[in-house]
Design a binder for this molecule. Structure first.
Ligand code: FAD
Length: 264
């Protein structure tokens, strides 16, 4: 199985300083991590490799420092990694990002499975892998919570999708594009050997010229959606009310209040 896993490096939202401008926060906002959803996708990719052999190739579009995210993925158990980085890529919108990643996927070669997280915790459009699937004319399964079966010979895959209030089992042909939710399973910790191997790895960097793209096809010039600003919504006024009494009395008062506010 040739598996490609998409890994995005994002700002560590747990450590963001609210004092900075929103766009700057996303671009340079201090410590950066692997997008948490992508760790779940990579875990699934590694499990498929372990079950069916093959290799996992990581792709990331980002700045030079995103090499660290790829090294984390290599330490977890991916085999190869490529960074797509070019100053011309700044301010790319989601469709342009998908086009760039699609060009990189084509350069990597044929794949059986492409995995991504359900969304990136910064951009949060949850559309990149869907757009890649559309650009490549491949089936796409979003919100995958369980991979029930992968049959490389029959070229098929059966997965469970997590929907609001229900689940559905779906089967599709390979090659396919999948985006996963955390129910897929806890990502493994990088092993000691993995960390040492990743530390010594040289990660190729592909520019837009390496992908056959021109500067006016990417970045601000090649994008149709602009983000003039990113900011927090106005703070909401919070009211705290203590309910006195025994646990049973407090529960009764609380239930009455929730019913009168039509919360339950
Ligand atoms: C400083 C800054 C400025 C921006 N300006 C604009 C703008 O002007 N207009 C605009 O539309 N958008 C802008 N963006 C958003 C940016 O284009 C999106 O991050 C990008 O389009 C991907 O969408 P997303 O982050 O919502 O990913 P999602 O679609 O939520 O991600 C889903 C999955 O796709 C994969 N993926 C996504 N991105 C990558 C990547 N780069 N490399 C590898 N895998 C990836 C991951 O597996 C991820 O879990 C800006 C972002 C930053 C940081």
């Amino acid at each position: 199985m040739n598996i490609i896993a998409l890994i995005k490096q994002v700002a560590d939202t747990a450590q963001l300083s609210g004092r900075m401008d929103g766009l700057q926060l996303m671009a340079d906002g201090g410590p950066r991590i692997v997008n948490p959803w992508d760790e779940y996708a990579l875990e699934m990719a590694i499990q498929v490799k372990e079950a069916h052999s093959g290799k996992v190739t990581l792709l990331c579009m980002g700045r030079a420092e995103a090499t660290e995210a790829l090294k984390t993925g290599l330490a977890m158990g991916a085999d190869e990694a490529v960074l797509i980085s070019d100053p011309a890529l700044e301010d790319s919108d989601c469709l342009t990002t998908a086009r760039v990643l699609t060009a990189a996927i084509r350069k990597v070669g044929d794949f059986d499975l492409l995995v991504a997280g359900r969304s990136a915790i910064d951009g949060n459009t949850a559309a990149t892998s869907i757009q890649i699937a559309a650009l490549m004319d491949r089936p796409q399964l979003s919100y995958v919570a369980e991979l029930k079966a992968v049959d490389p010979e029959a070229r098929s895959l059966t997965a469970v999708r997590l929907l609001e209030g229900s689940r559905e089992t779906v089967r599709c042909r390979l090659p396919a594009v999948i985006s996963v939710v955390k129910e897929i399973g806890e990502p493994r910790y990088p092993s000691f050997i993995g960390i040492r191997r990743a530390a010594g790895a040289t990660i190729p960097v592909w520019s837009i010229a390496d992908l056959g793209l021109e500067a006016d096809q990417v970045g601000r010039a090649g994008s149709q959606v602009m983000w003039p600003d990113v900011y927090l919504p106005p703070a909401r006024e919070a009211r705290v009310e203590w309910i006195e009494g025994s646990p049973a009395e407090a529960a009764e008062v609380l239930a009455d209040k929730l019913i009168s506010e039509q919360v339950i």
